[in-house]
Write a protein that binds this ligand. Structure first.
Ligand SMILES: [Zn+2]
Length: 263
C-alpha cells in the first residue's frame, strides 16, 4: 500500500483534498481458464495492506502532514494493518470466504486447525528471537561504546534471553542489515511492539462480540474514531488509550500466538 495523496484542507483554495491510496499486489494470474487462486498468505497480505489503506482513507484530520498514515510513529503505524490480519485467522470469517476451486466447498475445519497449529508452532522461540534482536539493537544504540567489539554485548543478551545458543563462530550481527542499512536502527523492537498493539486492539472486539460472534458496532465505531481517523495528529499512545481505556497489555498477543489460554 502506498499513499497517492493525503487528506488536506488546502490553505490556498479552501478546498478539501480527499485522500487516495493504492494497493499494488503481486498475485498469481488464472491458469487454463480457471479462477485465479490466492494462497492464505496472499489473502493475509491483502488484508494487511488494506488495513494501511483504511488508516489512510478514513482519516478526518485536515492537516496534510499528520493525516492518514502521515506522521504516525514508526512503532505504531503497523497497528491498523496487523489488526486486519486477525480476520484471516477467524474460522467464522475464513469459512465464508474460501471455496475449493472445483467443488466450491469451504475450507475444511480440520485443515484450518492444522494451519493454526502450524502458525503457532514454536511461537515462543520466534518471540525470543525477536526479543534477542530488539534488545541487542537497543543496547547497541544506547549503552554500547562503538570503539569496542559488539560480540560480547550480543552474547550478554543471548545469555539473558536465548534458549538455544548459536555456535561461537556465528556472526549474526554482521548480517543484521535492518539496523545499519534498513532504517530500523534502535527500532527493531517495533515489529514485536506493533504485534502487541494490534493483538490488544483486536481483543477489544473479541471481548465485546455478540452471542452470534459478530463484532460489536460501538467497538467498531470507537476504533474508527480513536485510531483510524486520528492519523498522526496526536501521540499513538494517546489514541490507543482513548480506544482501550488503558495502556497496551501482552495478554492478547500471547493468547493469539498459542502461548496462553483464555483466562
Ligand atoms: Zn505493513
Amino acid at each position: 500500500m502506498d499513499d497517492v495523496r493525503s487528506r488536506w484542507l488546502r490553505p490556498d483554495s479552501g478546498q478539501l483534498q480527499t485522500p487516495v491510496a493504492q494497493l499494488v499486489c503481486n498475485f498469481a494470474e488464472s491458469v487454463g481458464g480457471k479462477p485465479a487462486l490466492l494462497t492464505h498468505d496472499d489473502v493475509t497480505t491483502l488484508f494487511h495492506e488494506f488495513g494501511h489503506g483504511l488508516h489512510h482513507l478514513l482519516t478526518q484530520v485536515n492537516e496534510r502532514d499528520v493525516s492518514g498514515i502521515s506522521g504516525v510513529e514508526w512503532d505504531a503505524v503497523e497497528l491498523p494493518s496487523q489488526f486486519m490480519e486477525n480476520f484471516c485467522w477467524e474460522w467464522d470469517v475464513l469459512r465464508h470466504m474460501t471455496a475449493h476451486v472445483d467443488t466450491g466447498e469451504p475450507l475444511p475445519r480440520a485443515l484450518f486447525d492444522k494451519m493454526l497449529a502450524a502458525k503457532n508452532f514454536q511461537s515462543g522461540m520466534q518471540t525470543l528471537r525477536q526479543i534477542e534482536f530488539s534488545l541487542f539493537d537497543m543496547l547497541l544504540h544506547s549503552e554500547h561504546d562503538p570503539s569496542q567489539d559488539f560480540q560480547p554485548l550480543l552474547q550478554q543478551v543471548r545469555d539473558e534471553v536465548a534458549v538455544l545458543q548459536p555456535p561461537a563462530w556465528s556472526r549474526t550481527a554482521n548480517t543484521f542489515s535492518h539496523i545499519f542499512a534498513g532504517g530500523y536502527a534502535a527500532g527493531y523492537y517495533s515489529y514485536k511492539w506493533a504485534e502487541v498493539l494490534s493483538a490488544d486492539a483486536y481483543a477489544a472486539f473479541e471481548e465485546t462480540a455478540g452471542a452470534d460472534g459478530l463484532p460489536n458496532r460501538d467497538t467498531g465505531k470507537r476504533y474508527l474514531q480513536t485510531i483510524l481517523e486520528m492519523g498522526g495528529s496526536r501521540p499513538a499512545m494517546a489514541s490507543f488509550k482513548a480506544f482501550r481505556g488503558r495502556e497496551p497489555q501482552l495478554d492478547a498477543l500471547l493468547r493469539h500466538q498459542g502461548m496462553a489460554t483464555p483466562g
